[in-house]
Design a protein around this ligand. Sequence first.
Ligand code: OOG
Ligand code: NI
Length: 446
Amino acid sequence: MDNRWVSTDSIREHFSQAMSAMYQQEVPQYGTLLRLVAEVNQQVLEQDPQLAQRLTQADELERISVERHGAIRVGTAAELNMLRQLFAIMGMYPVGYYDLSQASVPVHSTAFRPIDDRALRRNPFRLFTSLLRLELIDDLALRQQASEILAARDIFTPGCRQLVALHQQQGGFTSPQAQAFVSEALETFRWHQQTTVDRATWQALSQQHRLIADVVCFPGCHINHLTPRTLDIDRVQALMPQHGITPKAIIEGPPQRKVAILLRQTSFKALDEPVRFRDGQQGTHSARFGEIEQRGVALTHQGRALYDRLLTLAGSGSDNQQHQQHLAAVFAEFPDDEATLRQQQLAWFEYRRTAKGADHTITPASDIERLIADGLIAAEPIIYEDFLPVSAAGIFQSNLGSENQPRAQGHASREQFEQALGATVYDEIELYAQRERASRQRCGLL
Ligand code: OOG
Ligand code: NI
């Protein structure tokens, strides 16, 4: 790589800091949540020196304090396509396809995120990005109106467009260009009190689905939440009310376990925020909220199938404590120690030689279990970097009140999404498999 250019990692880091600073100003409760999460993380590390040591050894400790994901929603293929180009400059690529229409949310989504080990360790900033599916609006006149409103806006500043083009020509950014790019790109995600429509239009779109009004009626695609990573989601959930934050009822995802799997998430409700309509009328719009997450090991296809089956079996509840107990009972079937998860190929692991194993002869014929038992090889869980559609649907619904809006029944349309995006999405499971394979190779095991 040409070293005149600023690294993609550094642009992403800078951008994620700028987004966090902007969102703390826009939604002060997010700042409160960040402080609470930092406090709890520190307590967890103090109380569990083994975990602290493990995270340090895996070079994972530093990323936790900078780690967050956000979410945005766009209205057109052209917007999504341009976002892909913009995020590529920061080393963020589309991973995974999520169909939310099954849960009555008229969008499909991907996550833009870094994909290689080093970039993930440095700063794993991700953006869950949803594309509105206008074809799921059943009122044809309203559908037409929404698409006209969307066609008339440009969510990118002229400066941002110029810089993206410049990057594509020259293959990188100098430091001042990178700085200018971050501040221009930030504008796309800023909140606007001023809508682009009159009150009646906002209302008609809201009645179809609140999400549709949120995507269509504003001049940009405001960031709707940013989510720090906690090491103990149950504790943060319990402490939220003391800090003036009301969490949603249920923690989404798997139950608490000895070996955390996938992703557990909870959010606080969207705020009612004042908006001005184009006809001068005032109103309120609620879209922006806060969320926290706890991440565990990524699962293989078999592991994920088991997770999906047990989650469906468990169903949902309305009281968190009861729901968690019930989940824990149903998930008793899911092995909860690292050795079994590894041996049954339910989860992904990264292998490395320990100091003791540094000079040991290891070949593809060596017995991994033996090497691990002898302390020559260590196997670390690979953290899940992605999202869960059922959890995402729960988060959307708790913030949009869309439980009562069973309109958006559609079916997955990955090809259509990829066409809009202008690229295919990476298969997340294949990315984990590659990481595990590469780590075995480095050890001499392959
Ligand atoms: C995205 C909701 C999904 C998550 O963490 O699963 C999400 C949105 O509300 O736009 O962020
Ligand atoms: Ni989220």
